[in-house]
Structure formats: structure tokens, C-alpha cells
Design a binder for this molecule. Structure first.
Ligand code: AMP
Length: 218
């Protein structure tokens, strides 16, 4: 069975960084649903425009559409496991995934890791966030600069950008509000399945990773 790990957390809580670190340990493929959607936008077309309109305002894209894109990705990718960074974001998405997994003899959900972070820190991290427009790697202009200024450590692209939705305070607040409005329902849903592991996102990156790896080995 291919294992799925879910990483839940508000924007800039370190989901992307932690999924890369978990991936190094377990060789599971990290899948950022935000990155999947930005790739759809890059393809152009009507679907891309619809997605861009939602993202730019800080809104979620429709659950069905999101789930279709994600399913296509995991079905067409050969990996022994997957790390979902940014999915599910609604209770409906959690239920869609659950229904799918119940019928699947190929995929199983192993753990749902919830990274907790206060609003002040979220806004501060978003203000300093730099993203690679090519591979999606994330940097912080004060705490995690790229090794060579202006160049991505991973893919060496020079296309380091501020995400459009990271520059608009209305969109930022909306993303945080939407996360808060949905997270408790999602956590309750997975608590009933004994899958939840909570972690304090204020801790140092490596400490967070160590705790996650310990939780995964239990
Ligand atoms: P992220 O890169 O995770 O910050 O996601 C960027 C944006 O993509 C979000 O603000 C949403 O507009 C959209 N998005 C990402 N994941 C989902 C999801 N699971 N459901 C709906 N919209 C999503």
C-alpha cells in the first residue's frame, strides 16, 4: 500500500519545509496542492483563470475541482508514498479523501500532522517569504536566505518571487480566516480515526521535524 501523510497548518506554518524534510527521510513525494494549482494557472486557459481568481483573493478553489486535480496527480505518479501539503482544507475534502481511500486497495492514510501557529507569526513569516517561481521552494528573507543571493538552492532558477497572494493583506487575512474556520472540523474528523498528531510550529525547523519523525515511527 502507498502511504499518505497529511500536513495541516495555516499559511507559512512550515508545511512545505517539513514535507521536504519528511520526503528526504522516507522518500515519499511531497505534493503541495497550492503548487499543483499554480501549475494549472501557468498552463493558461479558462480553468487556469478560474483558479487564479480564487487564489488571488485568498479564496479556496471548489472541493471537486481540487480533489480531481489531486487524484490525477497521485494516480499518475509512481512513488511509495505521498505527503499532502495543503489538502484537505475543508471537511468536505477530508470526507472525499476518506470515501476514496475506503474503496482503494492502493493508498492508505497513515497520519495527519497539524502544525499550530499564531496569527502574528503567520503574518510576519508571509511578509518575509520568498518563493521559487519555478519549483515552489520557499525561503525567508531573514531566517532562511538562498545560499546564492537571488538563486534557488534546489533548481538554481533565478526566478525568486513574492507570491501575489502574499502581497495582499486582505487576501492574507482571508486565507488565515478560512483556515481557522475549517481546521477544527477537519481535526475532529481525524481525531475520531485516531490519526491526529499536533505540533507547535514556533519550534525550530529541525525540532519540529524530529517530533514528526518520532510520531511517524510509532
Ligand atoms: P498554498 O500554496 O498552500 O498557500 O495555497 C495557495 C492557494 O491555493 C490557497 O490560498 C487556495 O486558494 C488554493 N488551495 C491550495 N490548496 C487548496 C485546497 N486543498 N482546496 C482549495 N484551495 C486550495
Amino acid at each position: 500500500m502507498k502511504e499518505i501523510l497529511v500536513l495541516l497548518g495555516p499559511p507559512a506554518s512550515g508545511k512545505g519545509t517539513q514535507s521536504e524534510l519528511i520526503s528526504k527521510n522516507l522518500s515519499y513525494l511531497p505534493i503541495s496542492t497550492g503548487d499543483l494549482l499554480r501549475k494549472e494557472i501557468d498552463k493558461g486557459g479558462e480553468l487556469g483563470k478560474e483558479i487564479a481568481a480564487a487564489i488571488d483573493k485568498g479564496n479556496l478553489v471548489p472541493d471537486d475541482l481540487m480533489f480531481d486535480i489531486l487524484l490525477k496527480k497521485i494516480r499518475n505518479t509512481d512513488s511509495k508514498g505521498f505527503i499532502f501539503d495543503g489538502f484537505p482544507r475543508t471537511l468536505e475534502q477530508a470526507k472525499m479523501l476518506s470515501d476514496f481511500l475506503e474503496k482503494s486497495d492502493e493508498f492508505v492514510l497513515k497520519k495527519v500532522i497539524v502544525i499550530e501557529l499564531d496569527k502574528e507569526t503567520i503574518i510576519d513569516r508571509i511578509a518575509n517569504r520568498i518563493t521559487c517561481g519555478n519549483c515552489g521552494a520557499v525561503y525567508n528573507s531573514s531566517t532562511k536566505k538562498p545560499k546564492v543571493s537571488g538563486e534557488c538552492d534546489i533548481c538554481h532558477s533565478k526566478n525568486l518571487i513574492d507570491r501575489k497572494d502574499d502581497l495582499d493583506i486582505v487576501a492574507i487575512n482571508r486565507r488565515i480566516d478560512i483556515f481557522r474556520a475549517n481546521v477544527s472540523d477537519i481535526v475532529s474528523f481525524y481525531e475520531k480515526k485516531s490519526l491526529i498528531f499536533l505540533i507547535n510550529g514556533l519550534k525550530d525547523v529541525n525540532a519540529v521535524n524530529l517530533e514528526i519523525m518520532e510520531a511517524l515511527s510509532n
